[in-house]
Design a protein around this ligand. Structure first.
Ligand SMILES: [Zn+2]
Length: 229
């Protein structure tokens, strides 16, 4: 089963595709009927295609190309005009899973209610998805501006600059490590100095009390214990 999503547009005006088609016809010096006969369709049907009242059949450009021996640039022009002139999109939901079918049907029935903001959000979501699933990205190196083909969307540097940037980062990390080690060393010296100062202060007190260092510290410990008890 195929579900056709109709996007309403101004249908009475000649479409972009119609313009290109009409130009081709006039260039070949043909009236509508001649071209329609060659394409095996009625002239009213061909006219409806030119005016966007009828969908462009899927094999239409192919038929035109072989009939008028069009070159690649002419085919490309017709294809892009066709994209611009679309006023309905067919989504085939045959063989799709329940979620996919549901999404397509909901989209079709709610399409007219979709505002520009929501449409933009959907488009950016789709862009994001494409970014993470595509495997080749054409970018410019952030450092030397050389063209690069990247495997990830967030690649910033060409291989040469990547090595330089990595060395720089490693250099910065090593410098940080060095600074930290120096700080720790200085802190240690201060700690040792402080503990020496404490010990010599205690030793001076012991001398004043006429006790050995060990006995004085033991007496301090006993005093502390007595206070707790
Ligand atoms: Zn570079």
């Amino acid at each position: 089963m195929c579900y056709t999503v109709i996007v309403k547009g101004v249908l009475a005006m000649i479409t972009e595709f119609g313009k290109v088609l009409r130009k081709l016809r006039i260039d070949r010096g043909e009236i509508l009927k001649n071209m329609a006969d060659k394409l095996e369709m009625t002239s009213s049907y061909l006219s409806a295609i030119e005016c966007g009242k009828r969908n462009i059949p899927s094999d239409f450009i192919e038929k035109l190309a072989s009939l008028y021996e069009l070159d690649e640039s002419q085919i490309a022009e017709l294809n892009s005009a066709k994209d611009e002139s679309l006023n309905s999109i067919e989504i085939c939901i045959e063989g799709k899973n329940a979620s996919q079918r549901d999404l397509a049907l909901q989209f079709a029935s709610k399409f007219n209610d979709i505002d520009e903001d929501f449409a933009k959000q959907m488009l950016s979501l789709q862009k994001k998805r494409r970014r993470t699933t595509m495997s080749t990205y054409f970018k410019k190196c952030d450092v030397c501006n050389k063209d690069i083909v990247a495997q990830h969307w967030n690649t910033k540097y060409c291989p040469d600059c990547k090595i330089i940037m990595r060395k720089k980062q490693q250099g910065a990390a090593y410098k940080k490590y060095e600074e930290k080690a120096k700080q720790e060393y200085e802190d240690n010296i201060i700690r040792i100095r402080n503990s020496y100062a404490r010990i010599s202060a205690v030793a001076a007190e012991a001398r004043k009390a006429g006790l050995t260092y060990g006995k004085y510290v033991a007496s301090l410990r006993d005093d502390a214990n007595n206070e707790i008890n």
